[in-house]
Design a protein around this ligand. Structure first.
Ligand SMILES: NC(=O)c1ccc[n+]([C@@H]2O[C@H](COP(=O)([O-])OP(=O)(O)OC[C@H]3O[C@@H](n4cnc5c(N)ncnc54)[C@H](O)[C@@H]3O)[C@@H](O)[C@H]2O)c1
Ligand SMILES: [Zn+2]
Ligand SMILES: [Zn+2]
Length: 351
């Protein structure tokens, strides 16, 4: 691609259901802690679809979409200490200062000076260049052994899957049920595996996605709610108790209900999915189950660790990239991703 250094291509969310690839001015450094990244590869996240449908209240119309990407540092502000132009990096989907009350405790999603901004309330990465605030906190350097493709999901879905698994406080003899074998659920499975549970139960209504989990050795038991009673099956595996922890990564009303129903008393239910409408917690029906619910946006504070695990071949997410498109054809890529055509899991958008 030939670059015009003052204008670039970018995918913009125009209005409900409307996106457009347009010419945009190149981003510029706005603070001494900013970096401008030349995007090498980006991806489309299910959360982008939630924005386009108007279900993300803090998303601003007119923004450049995208929050999952890898690239090369193009320029840095004078306050950026860890990065220089030319560095290969992955970027966190969350902007965080690293210094406020929440950041110091690892709750970077709640950073008093950031949160989910890139591709939501500030311009995102489905473009040729993107500005990243608090570059020293948000970027992770990639060692030579880790390719851009290897690291594409570090800052969002892999972080989310790992976070979901961490929330579950998995112990060695636990049975962990993961609802949804989409990209996030699959990342939850490969992360949960590292904590050494006795069994991982993958649950999805889509057999092709269960097959991906099976082919990649990410789970031990594969259940389709359209073909069996999930509660019965999970109780059979656990002497009638229910799952020791449940990760809900599907995002529908029925999967939300399934999550607490298949959990044993005193289990942890980690809700990683983002819903398009309110869900109901029927407390009288749950009375006595004494569940712990953990919910919300990922605290993506473990990117360095995840890159290290990738470089040690302990994690590999390459199998998630089922399709590749150039930025010019990104609208076509959105259609394929949204419809899950051709068994699409994740798309790498290359610049
Ligand atoms: N918490 C966070 O910070 C965070 C980060 C990234 C993504 N997300 C959210 O995580 C969710 C999952 O993302 P994804 O990209 O994997 O989405 P996806 O739509 O590709 O995958 C969801 C999977 O759930 C399955 N499913 C739907 N209803 C089901 C049901 N009732 N029972 C069993 N399976 C069911 C679908 O067949 C699908 O395979 C989305 O809501 C996304 O917005 C959250
Ligand atoms: Zn996302
Ligand atoms: Zn902060």
């Amino acid at each position: 691609m030939c670059y015009n250094y003052s204008v670039m291509k970018a995918l913009v969310w125009k209005d409900i259901g409307e996106i457009e690839l347009v010419d945009r001015p190149m981003p510029e450094l706005c603070s001494d802690k900013d970096a401008i990244i030349k995007v090498v590869m980006s991806s489309i996240c299910t959360s982008d679809l939630h924005i386009i449908k108007g279900f993300v209240p803090k998303a601003s119309k007119g923004i450049v979409l995208g929050h999952e990407f890898v690239g090369e540092v193009h320029s840095v502000g004078s306050g950026v200490k860890k990065f220089v132009p030319g560095d290969r990096v992955s970027a966190n989907c969350e902007t965080f200062c690293g210094e406020c009350w929440f950041c110091k405790r690892g709750f970077v999603n709640n950073c008093e000076n950031g949160g989910w901004e890139i591709g939501c309330s500030t311009d995102g990465c489905q473009a040729e260049y993107v500005r990243v605030s608090y570059a020293d906190s948000v970027l992770t350097k990639l060692p030579e052994s880790v390719s851009f493709e290897n690291a594409l999901f570090v800052g969002d879905i892999l972080s989310s899957g790992y976070w979901g698994a961490e929330l579950c406080e998995i112990k060695h003899d636990d049975v962990v049920a993961i609802i949804g074998a989409g990209p996030v659920g699959l990342c939850s499975m490969l992360s949960a595996k590292m904590f050494g549970p006795s069994r991982i139960v993958a649950i999805d209504t889509d057999d092709s996605r269960l097959s991906v989990a099976k082919e990649n050795g990410l789970a031990d038991i594969f259940l389709n709610p359209d073909k069996c009673d999930i509660g019965d099956e999970v109780r059979k595996l656990t002497d009638g108790r229910g799952a020791d922890s449940v990760i809900e990564a599907a995002g529908s009303s029925s999967s939300f209900q399934m999550a607490w129903e298949i959990a044993r008393a005193n289990a942890i239910v980690a809700v990683v999915a983002m819903y398009e409408k309110n869900q109901v917690l029927p407390l009288p029906n749950m009375y006595g189950k004494n569940l712990t619910f953990k919910t919300g946006g990922v605290d993506a504070a473990k990117c360095e660790k995840l890159v290290e695990l990738i470089s040690q071949n302990k994690i590999n997410t390459d199998f998630l990239i089922t399709h590749k498109f150039s930025l010019e054809n990104i609208k076509e890529a959105y259609k394929l991703f949204e419809n899950k055509d051709d068994n699409c899991l994740k798309i790498a958008i290359t610049n």
